[in-house]
Design a protein around this ligand. Structure first.
Ligand code: GDG
Length: 468
């Protein structure tokens, strides 16, 4: 059995309960194969001298059958590779926000340098039969760097964020190099079919790629397998959290507190891709157009702090403070406030109970690779009296979750009407929509996702050189 080596910007100990969905998804395969998870420690090394930092040892820790290997970055590498290129160029561009991208050649250089560093360090850990699974936009050129150093292992890549249309991708000065780098992988997985389409169009138009059967593209003298592998959640874990004591307590508390009112929920990282200001505008429209919701509907918006050292996030924070203050000032009563805005992280064990108490979830990103909150909300509902999901058509999840109320978050009025419809939807319709949604969320859960991807990766032809 081939050992699985997972590479991502940050690692997580899969045995810790707070490790998150990706860790849960990978735990089984890592444990079964005695696998390794490799990435940045999240720490900045003391030294500013890059060479000294490069030679500093990796921290290698084995718990059970799984090895975690991490290393520190210098401040300069962190500022250029992580803040600069990953979160100041790739994140905004992939979410169609060219206006927020900060193109700077120093960032591109740092990004390449750190990918080379990842490659050099990873090579010291690799065995010839290892299967390597690289995650996300921080590490697009990693396989190309590994190949340049002679690595012949099978390597797969999964992009957690959207692949933008070709002309948007082309705004990145290094777009050609980035996209060519992807051809060093054996399999590239995207969240949604629309991402596969954008990528195929890009390489066909910009690199003269030809399609090779239903799942392959041939360009740059290589044949690459591509596909959509929509990530899921650990449904069993979520249901059991909802039914555990903490989940039930939270549910009872929220239902008690809001017994006279219907609860709307938003749970997001505070990120400009999530459409938070647009959501507050839509809720405001709802109160204006359907005054019967005043005093009877409350929106709890959790916006957990995120990337606070990236400038664009400060502006968003100020905008949200001001919009929530204004709606509460304009509509609030002595005993009712329309919005409860919480700019803090809420403990994971409390989320399922909170979701279950919600009548409507507002998951309205302007663009999102998948969006796991949509799936968590569905999993946490009581099937006999489920809440309704209002979902942006621009979330990857919309390809799977067709029975949600799909909205265009740029259309304030349309979104307000959809929220109203969700709030007034008869029980029978809620039950039938929820049951279809839950079936799909259960079937295509996070275990299905990792197994399907790894099976496809194991089935790709042997790595370089390729002759087909
Ligand atoms: C990227 C892509 C893709 C949120 N607030 C709190 C909290 N959360 C948890 C949610 C959920 C997760 O964070 C957010 O997942 P998303 O999928 O919404 O989004 P991103 O972080 O942007 O992730 C995305 C994902 O990768 C996976 O491929 O779906 O499209 O952008 O699990 O529950 N958790 C806790 N407290 C909070 O306040 N504990």
């Amino acid at each position: 059995m081939n050992r699985l080596v997972v590479v991502s910007n940050r690692t997580a100990d899969p045995r810790k309960p707070a490790a998150g969905g990706l860790a849960v998804a990978l735990r089984e395969s890592l444990e079964r194969t005695g696998g390794v998870w490799f990435g940045w420690s999240g720490k900045l090394g003391e030294t500013v001298d890059r060479e000294a930092a490069e030679q500093s040892d990796m921290r290698v820790r084995t718990t059970g059958n799984v090895t975690l290997a991490t290393f520190d970055l210098t401040r300069e590498d962190h500022d250029t590779y992580y803040l600069g290129y990953s979160n100041g160029v790739l994140w905004p561009v992939c979410h169609y926000r060219l206006d927020l991208a900060k193109f700077d050649t120093r960032f591109a250089k740092g990004y390449r340098r750190v990918n080379q560093l990842f490659a050099r360090k990873l090579l010291t850990l690799l065995k010839p039969d290892d299967i390597i699974w690289v995650h996300d936009y921080h590490l697009i050129p990693l396989a190309a760097e590994l190949r340049a150093a002679g690595c012949k292992n099978r390597i797969g890549f999964f992009l957690h964020i959207p692949m933008p249309p070709p002309l948007i991708m082309a705004a990145i000065p290094e777009h050609e190099w980035l996209m060519r780098s992807l051809f060093a992988y054996d399999l590239v997985g995207f969240q949604a079919q629309s991402d596969v389409t954008h990528f195929s169009h890009y390489v066909e138009a910009e690199a003269g790629a030809v399609r090779w059967g239903p799942n392959h593209l041939r360009a740059f003298d290589r044949t690459l397998q591509v596909g959509a592998y929509p990530i899921g959640i650990d449904v069993e874990e979520f249901v059991s959290l909802a039914e555990a004591q903490d989940g039930r307590d939270m549910f009872a508390r929220m239902r008690g507190e809001y017994s006279r009112r219907r609860l709307l929920l938003g749970v997001d990282r505070l990120d400009y891709s999530k459409g938070l200001p647009q959501r507050i505008h839509a809720f405001r429209q709802l109160l204006e157009r359907h005054p019967e919701n005043r005093d009877s509907a409350t929106l709890i918006q959790i916006a957990s702090p995120s990337r606070e050292d990236v400038g664009a996030y400060d502006d968003l924070r100020r905008e949200m403070d001001s919009l929530c203050g204004a709606i509460n000032g304009d509509f609030g009563e002595l005993d009712w406030m329309p919005v409860r805005y919480i700019h803090r992280n809420v403990a994971r064990k409390r989320l399922p109970g909170l979701y279950r108490a919600g009548r409507v979830a507002l998951v309205t990103p302007l663009r999102d690779g998948m969006n796991l909150v949509a799936k968590e909300f569905i999993a946490a509902q009581d099937p006999a009296d489920p809440g309704m999901l209002v979902l942006s058509r621009f979330a990857g999840a919309a390809e799977q979750l067709k029975e949600a109320l799909l909205v265009n978050p740029y259309d304030t009025q349309g979104t307000a009407e959809a929220i109203h419809r969700a709030l007034t939807m008869p029980l029978t319709e809620r039950i039938s929509r929820h049951s279809a949604l839950l079936n799909r969320v259960r079937k295509q859960d996070v275990h299905w996702w990792s197994e399907t991807f790894l099976k496809a990766l194991a089935g790709t032809e042997a790595a370089l050189p390729k002759t087909s």
